[in-house]
Write a protein that binds this ligand. Structure first.
Ligand SMILES: [Cu+2]
Length: 207
């Protein structure tokens, strides 16, 4: 018993350090990774990498603005790297709700991303820690949505101009035909049948 009591403070200390810091890199004309899912309390370290040749910023926008590649900042939202976007600039944030963000200079070409907070707005409780993936990515003719959620899914694909290219409901078969789609970068928004956003993934379609 003595041993267990001696270990208890160590275990409690370890539990208190469970927050994770996720790395989010601002690269030329894209965020890497464009879709992050974090747990409440996790930190996101955003940094401008050393290859930066263009000015970029991280500006939080509404989901509706994001969907159309708009740049109007969300009132009270994050605005980072404005005017100081030199290589090495960095910020650490601790979002408690989903953050839809764009680079205001390059949103029109699809430079945007999303930070999902598990259990926060935009993510269903039952999808906490859920890991969605698209494979293969880049896709050649078709792509399969790997989902930890067993029910049907609504999937919307937006092209780099923010236009919806496809909207499908996936039940048993989780494969999407991409053979008729123009080559390029797409954002794949995955929701449940109630319209609750579960994930946003970037997909590259190749011929
Ligand atoms: Cu940019």
């Amino acid at each position: 018993m003595k041993t267990i009591y001696a270990l208890l403070p160590i275990m409690l200390a370890a539990a208190g350090q469970a927050q994770v810091t996720h790395e989010l890199q601002v690269e030329d004309d894209e965020f890497n990774p464009p879709s992050l899912t974090i747990n409440p309390g996790d930190h996101v370290h955003i940094f401008w990498d050393n290859s930066v040749v263009h000015d970029h910023n991280v500006t939080e926008v509404s989901q509706a603005t994001w969907a159309v590649n708009g740049t109007a900042p969300l009132a009270g939202g994050y605005q980072m790297g404005v005017g100081t976007a030199s290589p090495g600039t960095d910020f650490t944030i601790t979002p408690t709700e989903t953050v839809w963000y764009v680079c205001t200079f390059h949103a029109a070409m699809g430079m945007k991303g999303v930070i999902n907070v598990a259990g926060g707005t935009g993510i269903a409780e039952n999808a906490s820690n859920a890991t969605f993936a698209l494979a293969p990515n880049p896709s050649h003719g078709s792509v399969t949505v790997m989902s930890p959620v067993s029910g049907p899914l609504r999937v919307q694909l937006y092209d780099a101009t923010g236009r919806m290219s496809a909207a499908v409901t996936l039940t048993g078969d989780r494969t999407i035909d991409t053979s008729g789609m123009v080559e390029g970068v797409y954002f794949v928004l995955i929701s449940d049948m109630d319209g609750t956003r579960l994930a946003c993934q970037r997909l590259v379609v190749e011929g």
